[in-house]
Design a protein around this ligand. Structure first.
Ligand code: PXP
Length: 241
C-alpha cells in the first residue's frame, strides 16, 4: 500500500509572510503525523524563504515517522544533512527566482558528480531519492548514481491543459514508473498532486509514496490540517500496492 508524505513548507511560507512565529511548521508536522502522515517533508532552500535551520533542527527532534529533507546538491546542504541525519533526502534543482521547484534534476549530465555527492550520505545510512522528470535517460542516470529511490516529477502532468495534453503527460509518467521499477528503483511521485488528479494513479502498482504539500495545506485552511491529511491518506492508502 502506498504511503503519504506531507510537505509542510507552505505552513512556513505563511509564517514568513509576517516573519513571525505562527503558524509553526513543527506543530503542523506533529498534527499531520497524528492524522496519519507517514513521512514529513521539508525543503531547506538556500535562501531560507520558508523552512529555516531552526525548523529543521526541531523537526529532526520531534518527527516520529520519517523526515525527508529536500535539498539542493550543494556543500552547505550536504553538511547540514550529515549533521541533522534525516531519514531520507531528496535532491532537487533549485533556482532563486522560481516560485516552487519547476522541473526535475538533470542527473544525466552529472552522474559522477551526483554519485560522489550522495556517497557520504548513503554511507551515513541516510536513504536517498532524486527528483527527476519521467525521462528515460534521467531514470537510467538516476540508477547509475546509486540512489535507491527516485521521485518522479508530476508537475507537468498536473499543469497540463486539456485532455490530450494531460493524457500525454500521464503516459510519460506511467512509462517512467515501469522503466524505473524494471531496473530496481523505488518510485515516489510528487508535485502538483491534489485530491482529484491523484486518482489517476489509483490503479498503478508499485508506487512507494506520494509527496504532497500545496493541496493538503490549502484544504487545511478550510477544514483543518487533521482532516485534510486524513482525507488524502484515505485516498492513497486505497490505491493498489
Ligand atoms: N516533491 C518535490 C520534490 C517538491 O519540490 C515539492 C514542492 O515543494 C513537492 C513534492 C510537493 O509539491 P506540491 O506542494 O505541489 O504538492
Amino acid at each position: 500500500m502506498p504511503s503519504l508524505a506531507v510537505n509542510i513548507d507552505h505552513i512556513a511560507t505563511l509564517r514568513q509572510a509576517r516573519q513571525g512565529t505562527e503558524p509553526d511548521p513543527v506543530t503542523a508536522a506533529h498534527m499531520a503525523e497524528l492524522a496519519g502522515a507517514q513521512c514529513i517533508i521539508c525543503h531547506l532552500r538556500e535562501d531560507r524563504r520558508h523552512i529555516n535551520d531552526r525548523d529543521l533542527a526541531l523537526l529532526r527532534q520531534t518527527v516520529q515517522t520519517r523526515l525527508n529533507l529536500e535539498m539542493a546538491a550543494t556543500d552547505e546542504m550536504q553538511r547540514i544533512c550529515l549533521e541533522t541525519m534525516p531519514d531520507i533526502i531528496c535532491l532537487v534543482p533549485e533556482k532563486r527566482e522560481e516560485l516552487t521547484t519547476e522541473g526535475g534534476l538533470d542527473v544525466a549530465s552529472r552522474i559522477d558528480e551526483i554519485r560522489d555527492f550522495l556517497a557520504p550520505i548513503i554511507a551515513a545510512d541516510i536513504e536517498t531519492s532524486l527528483f527527476i522528470d519521467a525521462d528515460p535517460k534521467q531514470i537510467e542516470a538516476a540508477k547509475a548514481t546509486g540512489s535507491e529511490y527516485i521521485e518522479i516529477h508530476t508537475g507537468h502532468y498536473a499543469d497540463a491543459k486539456g485532455r490530450a495534453a494531460t493524457k500525454a503527460e500521464l503516459e510519460k509518467i506511467l512509462t517512467g514508473i515501469k522503466q524505473a521499477q524494471d531496473i530496481g528503483l523505488k518510485v515516489n511521485l510528487g508535485h502538483g498532486l491534489n485530491y482529484v488528479n491523484v486518482m489517476d494513479f489509483s490503479q498503478v502498482p508499485g508506487i512507494n509514496e506520494y509527496s504532497i504539500g500545496h493541496s493538503i495545506i490549502s484544504r487545511a485552511a478550510y477544514v483543518g490540517i487533521g482532516q485534510a491529511v486524513r482525507e488524502m491518506n484515505e485516498l492513497v492508502r486505497s490505491f493498489v500496492s
